[in-house]
Structures are given as C-alpha cells and as structure tokens.
Design a protein around this ligand. Structure first.
Ligand SMILES: NC(=O)c1ccc[n+]([C@@H]2O[C@H](COP(=O)([O-])OP(=O)(O)OC[C@H]3O[C@@H](n4cnc5c(N)ncnc54)[C@H](OP(=O)(O)O)[C@@H]3O)[C@@H](O)[C@H]2O)c1
Length: 252
C-alpha cells in the first residue's frame, strides 16, 4: 500500500507491551530489518516507555518507516486541546522526531467535541510537526465530522475474525481510500474452521486470521502486537497467503 509516498507492507507491529530495555531496542531494529514499516504506539503505552524505546531504537528515524502514535486516551477531559498539546510535545520528544508520521486521536472525549480535539492536532499539522492524522474507535458519522476538520488518513478500530461490529467502517474506508488499521487483529484465530485451513496450507492459525483481514479490504493494515521476532516474522508471512473464495466463505 502507498502511504506518505512510500510502499508499506500491509502488516505492521503493535507495541503496547514494549518496555524500554536493551533487548527491546534490538527487537525494534530487527523488526525494521525484517520489513516492518508501520510501527504502532501511543502516548499511553507502558507509561511512555513504548515511544521511548522506538525513539531510542530508530533515531534518526528512517524516512520510510511510519511510526504512528496516539493521544487523548482516558475518558472525559482527555481530549481537551491543552491535554493533547502536552501529549503531542511529549511524543515528539520521546520519539526523537521533528514530525510525527501519523497521529491518532486515541479516543473521542465525551465532554469535548471531536472538532475541538482535532483542531488542536491540526495546529501541529499546519506547522509541519504532524504529517497525517487518524482517529480510533469511531463510527462513520464521527469519521465524517473528523473529515470536516482535516483530512483523515487512517482509522484504527477493534476488528478481527471475532469482532465484526465495524464492518460498515471498513466498507466506508475502502470506498474512501482511508487506511483501516484493525487492532486486536489476532482474535478469533482459535476456531475449528481457522485451524482446518491452517493445517491444510501448512500455515499457523494466526497467519490465517491475518490473511483473512488482508483479503477483507485493500486498505486493511493489521498491527499484531508481539515482543517476539519469531512471531513477527510469522505475522509478516501472512502477506504471502491469498485465501481462496471457498476459504473466505468458510470464515464468513
Ligand atoms: N487504538 C486502540 O484503542 C488500541 C487498543 C488496543 C491495542 N491497540 C494496538 O493494537 C496492537 C495489537 O493489539 P494487541 O497487541 O493487544 O493484540 P493482538 O495483536 O490481538 O495480540 C497480541 C498477542 O498475540 C501474541 N502474538 C502475536 N503474534 C503471534 C503469533 N504469530 N503467534 C502467536 N501469538 C502471537 C502476542 O504475544 P507475543 O509477544 O508472545 O508474540 C500477544 O500476546 C497493540 O499492540 C496496539 O499497538 C490499539
């Protein structure tokens, strides 16, 4: 998939358990060496250690790696412009970058209109400190309100074989050419139908779960979370699996 003038393999890496250790710095470098080009983090993750580890591992940030981060998580009040400004400033420092490639509003604040939260993020876009903006856990009407403020490049929602409540959002993103990033993408891999297809193909059930997502839409870019290089390589292997129509029907 094309993003920010680069080719992105459609499997990324989730980092919500990443602690700032030497071993994990090595892991993030190895992930990039293995071909990962979308690394997903957030201000919230591991109390800031996830962003710090990525910054430590990749400084200076390679131009073709998209490190996506997020702010505004935590419920009422956390989407206020001042809270977001503080979090964006911290994320820029932790990641060691002048420009964040992709910045998501992590949650819509029930007490702050999405227009106000995104207005704060837009100020950073206007000054070149954020390149692209996304939203997370949103329905289609909220995406449309967000697009009234600024272009939305990505939507990140809970979606997998086991969680289909955002089918309408996937279809909308497909039509509009917005990257859809499913979080918890490996849920639902442990069913008889998945195991049967995996066994027949000599693949793992998690690879089949990812291959199903990739077949669901050309804008789909799952970010399975792992701290294991072996699992990461296995997850990238799903890019080579094209499920047949019969297999897709068995998983429908
Ligand atoms: N936007 C949001 O609100 C939101 C919410 C939650 C998560 N996220 C993002 O989504 C990412 C993905 O979610 P997640 O990491 O919680 O859930 P996940 O990707 O569904 O699952 C992660 C779990 O699967 C294991 N795993 C990964 N690859 C595997 C493989 N090939 N074989 C067997 N097990 C494997 C991991 O353990 P190992 O370490 O042992 O591989 C870990 O226990 C997060 O890291 C985060 O970046 C976003």
């Amino acid at each position: 998939m094309r993003f920010d003038d680069h080719d992105l393999p459609r499997i990324g890496l989730g980092t919500n358990r990443l602690r700032n250790t030497g071993e994990n710095v090595t892991f993030i470098r190895a992930a990039v060496d293995a071909g990962v080009r979308m690394i997903d983090t957030a201000h919230l993750y591991t109390g800031g250690e996830s962003e710090q580890t990525i910054g430590r591992a990749l400084s200076p940030m390679p131009a073709d790696v998209v490190v996506a981060t997020k702010g505004g998580y935590g419920g009422a009040g956390h989407g206020r412009p001042q809270v977001l400004r503080n979090e964006i400033e911290q994320s820029l420092r932790s990641l060691g970058v002048d420009r964040i490639a992709l910045y998501y509003l992590h949650r819509v604040d029930p007490d702050t209109p999405i227009e106000e939260s995104l207005g704060a993020i837009k100020a950073y876009v206007d000054r070149g400190a954020i390149a692209h903006v996304g939203v997370s856990e949103v329905d289609v009407p909220l995406i449309e309100r967000a697009r009234g403020v600024l272009p939305i490049a990505a939507v990140q929602n809970n979606y997998s074989l086991a969680e289909r409540k955002h089918d309408a959002v996937v279809d909308y993103c497909t039509r509009e050419g917005i990257v859809f990033v499913p979080y918890f993408p490996l849920r639902g891999a442990d069913t008889p139908a998945v195991r049967e297809i995996a066994t027949r193909r000599g693949a793992t059930p998690t690879q089949i779960a990812l291959a199903w997502l990739l077949a669901r839409s050309p804008v789909m870019l799952p970010i399975p979370g792992t701290l294991s290089l072996e699992h990461l390589q296995e997850n990238l292997g799903a890019l080579e699996i094209a499920l047949t129509d019969a297999e897709l029907r068995a998983l429908a």
